[in-house]
Ligand binder design. Sequence first.
Ligand code: ZN
Length: 395
Amino acid sequence: MNHAESVEALIDRERLKNLLIELIKIDSLSRKEYDVAMRLKREMEALGASVTIDDAGHKAGGNVGNVVAHFSGNVPEVEPLLLSAHMDTVVPGEGIVPILDGNILRTDGRTVLGGDDKSGVAIICEVLRVIRENRLPCGDIDVVFTICEEAGLIGAKCLDVSLLRARTGLVLDSDSVGFLFTKAPAANRMEFRVHGLEAHAGVCPERGINAIKVAAEGIAEMRLGRIDHETTANLGVVEGGMAVNIVPNRVILRGEARSHDEDKLVRQTEHMRQCLEKAAARHALELDGKRYRARVEASIERDYDRMDVPDGAPIVRLVHAAASRLDLEVKTLATGGGCDANIFNRKGLVVANLSTGMRDIHTVNEWLDLRDLYMSAQIVLGVLRLHAASAARGT
Ligand SMILES: [Zn+2]
């Protein structure tokens, strides 16, 4: 066994597993992360970090903010690194009962496991503990445990990155074992209000414009689902109509589009809007000398921006190098989802997202293979070690 392997073997599997289970048992739905945040603040302070809790909780309407911890390294010439994971979990996620069966951690089937993203949180704690205990050479580390990732990346969006010294690093929040996510799509969230004209459906339907029909015609023309290899679109919510005897005057449609290509995202979003507008343009009537037209009000919001970390970025190279020393291969990949890393990248950092072992997330069947968790922790420790060593060599 060479030196590198022996260092990565310092990851204490039992301790990591126990911390993960302890964290999973602390309820932390989005906006209710206080208890787990306090536990992690204690953990970070015990490891010698200076910890602040920002005001993101205030902005998010939650009971605590992001936990930001600064670790001082002992290799000052090395560039600081960021390690981040989110503290909140999705529903149903209260009173989680983790069940350990060999190396597989799952639930009793009533709740999610919350390995998303307690696994990332636990890995960060264990890696820092190993570094501290063994006084390993390491640069400065900034740790961010975010709130409300699952509620729309709110914690990361509210984070003031000037609190951070690091400009590059890793988010640990992915369910694709063996992959490093470096690319993610930009997403638009849309709401369309289709306006018709109200009338009595039995007495004078000719005095009405049926907004449901207008919307339906527009939707029928719309390209939805998988548009191409890097673009998707969906309408997920339809609301409208008041009673069967009223020609409905309003329908609300909510949907989204995502693409790794900014131009395609703009085109798809515009396509969806135009389908509805063209349908609306076909519906008009003259009433008592006045002209009425169906119309569409669109509100389109950027949900998150594209993430595009180059394959040659130092953080990506470090992960590859750390993995190959463990005889593992970590492939870079594009994801269809959004995570805190999207936001960090938008704010000017270079951050990739490494898998942690969590699987079937956002379902009550969520599970995690502890061997993947240990592997991920070893890779992260390896990244910190290689990073410190490169500075020591002056490369
Ligand atoms: Zn997550």
